[in-house]
Design a protein around this ligand. Structure first.
Ligand code: A2P
Length: 270
């Protein structure tokens, strides 16, 4: 089990391996998967109000027998909320669902509503961010950040903020590594989290990855997760199968520099 962490700008640390819960239905599936992840040694769970499973995720954390301080819990403000007056109520709803005293990280889920991807919401995002700062000041969100933000969208927040985003969670996997965003974040001390590090399963049958995984003695899934970690990112793989959940946490190996170069060369540079 990988127990490594990265420092956040708050001085806290974030475990580099987190359990992704996107697309895991509320109820037994989300509860059982989160419980399996915590049993397998994950100490970081990524949820969101939009996933609809916060109640089960929170219950699994509370039932785990781990103290609250041992588990890093993230949730997210729905992308559709661009009216700053709705931010606090949505956060309160998240906290009621999770039934936890605080979250370790609270993110703006996207810079635009999902029905209007790419829309310029600069002014609204700045107002929403001020509310995120207010929530952070109460201590109920120990760190705050964003998700799916590009360089321009991040820059617009940085220009007007009091507290800088500490994290940007982006879609990131072999072949889709968004180097401009990652470089910008690293320059500004923003931790990058990779969601869908297995491309939601679509790259697991790639023959080039299978070849590298075979001579590394690991599965393609493990190779993809390790690739994100070796780039200095937090990785958030999702699975509902306990054996895969455990497999994805077994990160006690390194990808050689030569193989990293081959994987980097697969990037579509988009
Ligand atoms: P399942 O939940 O049935 O295990 P991502 O993390 O990029 O969102 O990818 C998640 C997808 O990859 C899910 O469909 C998940 O299926 C599958 N998956 C996760 N871990 C593994 C693994 N170790 N081996 C094979 N498939 C996996």
């Amino acid at each position: 089990m990988s127990s490594s962490t990265l420092p956040l700008a708050t001085g806290a640390t974030i475990p580099t391996l987190g359990f992704g819960t996107w697309q895991i239905p509320d109820g037994a599936p989300a509860y059982d998967a989160t419980a399996a992840a915590l049993r397998a040694g994950y100490r970081h769970v990524d949820s969101a109000r939009a996933y609809g499973n916060e109640a089960s995720v929170g219950r699994a954390v509370r039932d785990s027998g781990l103290s609250r301080g041992e588990v890093f819990v993230t949730s997210k403000l729905p992308a559709e909320i661009k009216d700053y007056r709705q931010v606090q109520a949505s956060f309160d709803q998240t906290m009621r669902q999770l039934a936890l005293d605080y979250v370790d990280l609270y993110l703006i889920h996207a810079p635009w509503p999902w029905s209007e991807i790419g829309k310029d919401c600069t002014a609204q995002n700045r107002q929403v961010w001020a509310q995120m700062e207010a929530i952070h000041a109460t201590g109920r969100a120990r760190a705050i950040g964003v998700s799916n933000f590009n360089v321009a969208e991040l820059g617009a927040i940085l220009d007007g903020c009091t507290v800088k985003p500490m994290v940007n969670q982006i879609r990131w996997f072999v072949g889709h590594t968004q180097p401009d965003v990652v470089t910008f974040c690293k320059q500004h001390g923003i931790v990058v989290e990779a969601y869908s590090p297995l491309a939601t399963g679509r790259i697991l049958d790639d023959r080039r990855l299978a070849t590298i995984a075979a001579h590394t003695g690991r599965s393609v899934a493990q190779l993809c997760i390790r690739y994100a970690l070796q780039h200095g990112l937090v990785a958030l793989p999702k699975s509902t199968h306990p054996t895969r959940i455990a497999e994805n946490a077994d990160m006690d190996f390194r990808i050689s520099d030569e193989d990293m170069a081959v994987l980097d060369a697969m990037d579509e540079r988009s």
